[in-house]
Design a protein around this ligand. Structure first.
Ligand code: SAM
Length: 283
């Protein structure tokens, strides 16, 4: 199917401000996608001029997401995924990766960007057990009580909740993570990736961050690996722990050296909600 014409779509959807850049569409631009406006490309280019590794970091993040989903489906038999802040379906989408292992895997994609959601709906329409929800993940009730979610996932069984490159937009990440962790069944997984911008406090990085916030209205909250470990403290973090995304179960020789040297570091982890019996035994 052809991609939507973003400019035409924006005209028919008055809630879309074509003159304001959006995190979903800038990320799509860095990944080489087509679902972005001039304002997104301008900011994306300006940021990549300052921080040249940004597109490589976006690709490394997408590759990390693929490794996590493959691992969950192949090694843990997970067959349902809740992808929060799923973005524009540019490449290596969760249902595609999971269905290489289990063709019946179900996926609910959630995003609050109307262009990302509309594009996802067009690409994924007619695919069974895949749904796309327009919702704000900071309001967990609006996601968890969404009728499409109940049609797609059975939250009484283990599910993988994916929060990739999205929690760093949220000052209250702990509260949000907790809300989703509380409702999923024991044996469920939480997987995340997250930016750490404080480590390299160069002038360039600071000005790129200011530029991003001014253009999108969204600030990035930097968290260290220790901060992420604390967020996941009630869960069992799988080996190799909270690590740079390029280091998470990467095949030798497959490392992306450009992303390795990035000014902005991304960390990731996979954690499991303990079984009720084991949690009771610990108390
Ligand atoms: C950088 S992209 C990451 C996309 C994808 N998760 C990945 O890692 O490849 C962040 C996405 O999160 C979405 N997002 C940000 N805040 C959100 C919120 N409060 N609710 C739902 N989606 C959100 C953005 O619209 C964007 O599509």
């Amino acid at each position: 199917m052809d991609p939507i014409d973003v400019a035409e779509f924006a005209l028919s959807a008055p809630e879309i401000d074509q003159h304001k850049a959006s995190p979903a569409r800038i990320y799509d631009y860095w990944l080489g996608g087509s679902q972005n406006f001039a304002v997104d490309r301008e900011l994306g280019r300006r940021m990549a001029d300052t921080l040249p590794s940004l597109p490589a970091v976006a690709r490394a993040n997408r590759a990390f997401l693929g490794r996590i989903v493959h691992h969950l489906a192949a090694e843990h038999g997970i067959d349902q995924f809740l992808d929060l802040g799923s973005g524009v379906p540019t490449m290596q989408n969760v249902h595609e990766v999971a269905r290489e292992i289990n063709p019946r895997a179900a996926v609910a994609y959630v995003d609050m960007d109307p262009v990302a959601v509309e594009h996802a709906r067009m690409l994924l329409s007619g695919i069974s057990d895949v749904s796309v929800l327009l919702a704000d993940l900071r309001e967990p009730e609006s996601v968890l009580r969404h009728p499409l979610l109940a049609e797609t996932l059975d939250l009484d069984r283990p599910v993988a909740v994916l929060m990739f490159a999205v929690l760093h937009f949220m000052p209250n990440a702990r509260e949000i993570l907790q809300a989703y962790t509380d409702v999923v069944a024991p044996g469920s997984f939480i997987a995340l990736s997250h930016a750490e911008t404080q480590a390299a406090t160069s002038q360039e990085q600071a000005s790129a961050a200011t530029d991003y916030t001014r253009a999108t209205g969204v600030s990035v909250v930097s968290r260290s690996p220790a901060d992420l470990g604390a967020l996941l403290a009630e869960l069992t973090v799988e080996s190799p722990g909270v690590v740079r995304i390029q280091e998470w179960r990467t095949e030798p020789g497959a490392e992306d050296t450009e992303a390795e040297d990035a000014e902005m570091r991304m960390y990731g982890a996979l954690a499991r909600k303990p079984d009720t019996d084991r949690a009771d035994a610990v108390q």
